[in-house]
Design a protein around this ligand. Sequence first.
Ligand code: ZN
Length: 211
Amino acid sequence: VKLTYSPLDLDIATHRIIETANFLDSKGWTPATSSNFSQRLDNNYCAITVSGKHKGRLTPDDIMVVDFQGNPQDEKKPSAETLLHTSLYAKNPDIGAVLHTHSLNSTLLTLVTENSSWKLADYELLKAFNGISTHESSIEFPIFANTQDIASLAAEVMEYLQKKNPCWGYLIKGHGVYTWGKDMAETLRHLEAIEYLIQCELEVMRIKGKK
Ligand SMILES: [Zn+2]
């Protein structure tokens, strides 16, 4: 992890975030200005999408820098959910990027289950998650209640991560999904795997007609 980022680092992160946002929008996972994306710059700062912009039409001006307490480093307005990104970077130096979407399927899954977590086993695609080398694994994504009190949700997530390690992401009820990884490529791989696996689970429920 760099001690201090350079203007070039910010440029690279900005373009990586925009490129990723365009891809996620093309998948239909970021409806109606929802979702937010970030990339670590160094030990204290990350680049993150500003509040309220459509994620399929971002320009470099729609990316800003915040510190890991969520404080803006310029005049732009950060996403309301900034703390859910920065608290991850502050806690774990191995986290290089964080993606959050409001995809239809991640929202649906949280609405058809009463469980406080989503447990998965025996899928070949579990191997997409960092550290998993066989389908004979079981992994778990916690499902947190939705809230507008982002500081308390961030604290709840951090408390969970103290107990459960490794953890690759979480769901928020009626809201969407958060995932992270060592860099943007790994984080994107995690998100695509989560989306695929959620779709599998929902299709199985439909076919079998049960929850
Ligand atoms: Zn959100």
